[in-house]
Ligand binder design. Structure first.
Ligand code: NAI
Length: 285
């Protein structure tokens, strides 16, 4: 859909990919609310976007449902209506699954999946109510399709965010609300610094403290994509209402291998015509 003159709410918009998306949207004439848990980054981000009349910042932890509602109110006070929700806030979390404690699962799923859900529950009624249509985008990850070894929590959240976007797409069509899943490959961001953001309550019993310190030392490669480039790709995908927005052809072979393995696991038996009808009925409801 067209974004010019419309308003977007971007979680995790003060750094990295969310900031790149904000830049592309502002340049395309949209108003942008960047919501983030990093207070210091919000001011820097607004300065970098350099478009006061089109940008609002709001401090938000996406796991805080009441805070989400307040942030949505603030966005509407500033710009009237919100049309686009970009559920992008996320943290990097990795380590062997056998060392993952509940604190790691709860933090990882709470932000990377729960944040997307909280945004949807907050904004969907508001977008439906104004009747002008809109776009829901979740930043999943290429790793939802080709899991990164040693990142079970991350992959679980990202695969679920993808499934969520796929499942709501048809339902929201009638309200002229488009749905996209963004599945980027590696991008130059601050994600390695995610450990700074782990709340105290999820620290004491974490099994991942050392893995988090290791991740902090991981430098960005100049070969990873820039936030400006991913921002443009997301903007194009939103305009075209693409369900899947991907970035890297380097993952094609791996995805083909995966889909072939899935297809190969389908029982090689004749289709039962009556059962096929019953299944079609189930899918049409
Ligand atoms: P980043 O760390 O540069 O930006 C993430 C932003 O989200 C930060 O500003 C951070 O303060 C914010 N944030 C974190 N937890 C939050 C919370 N609880 N509430 C509100 N804001 C919160 O990282 P990046 O890479 O830009 O990450 C954005 C999204 O992209 C994430 O969902 C990440 O999983 C995803 N992604 C990143 C890839 C990469 O290579 N960097 C690849 C695939 C997906």
């Amino acid at each position: 859909a067209e974004v010019d003159g419309k308003t977007a709410f971007i979680t995790g918009g003060a750094n990295g990919i969310g900031l790149g998306i904000a830049r592309a949207l502002v340049t395309a004439g949209a108003n942008v609310v960047i919501a983030d848990i990093r207070d210091d980054s919000l001011d820097e981000a607004a300065a970098w976007l350099d478009a006061d009349s089109q940008v609002e910042t709001v401090l938000l932890d996406v796991t805080d449902r009441e805070g989400f509602n307040d942030a949505a109110d603030a966005a509407e006070v500033r710009f009237g209506k919100v049309h686009m929700l970009i559920g992008n806030a996320g943290i990097g979390i990795g380590g062997p699954v056998s060392e993952a404690a509940y604190d790691d699962w709860d933090w990882g799923l709470g932000v990377n999946l729960g944040g997307v859900i909280n945004g949807l529950v907050t904004f969907l009624p508001r977008i439906k109510a104004h009747g002008e249509g809109g776009q829901i985008v979740a930043t999943s990850s290429q790793s939802a399709m080709i899991p990164i070894p040693g990142a079970a929590i991350y992959t679980t959240a990202k695969a679920a965010a993808l499934g969520l976007m796929e499942s709501i797409r048809g339902e929201l069509e009638a309200d002229n609300i488009g749905v996209s899943a963004f599945l980027p490959g590696p991008v130059q961001t601050k994600i390695a610094q995610s450990g700074e953001l782990r709340p105290e309550e999820f620290r004491e019993n974490s099994g991942y403290a050392q893995h988090e310190r290791n991740l902090e030392k991981r430098p960005n490669s100049p070969l990873w994509m820039t936030i400006e480039e991913v921002g443009e790709r997301v903007l194009a995908g939103m305009r075209a209402n693409d369900l899947y927005i991907l970035t890297h052809p380097e993952f094609r072979a791996g995805m083909e291998t995966r889909f072939k393995a899935i297809l190969a696991s389908i029982p090689n038996e004749p289709i039962n015509a009556e059962r096929a009808e019953a299944i079609a009925f189930l899918l049409s409801n």
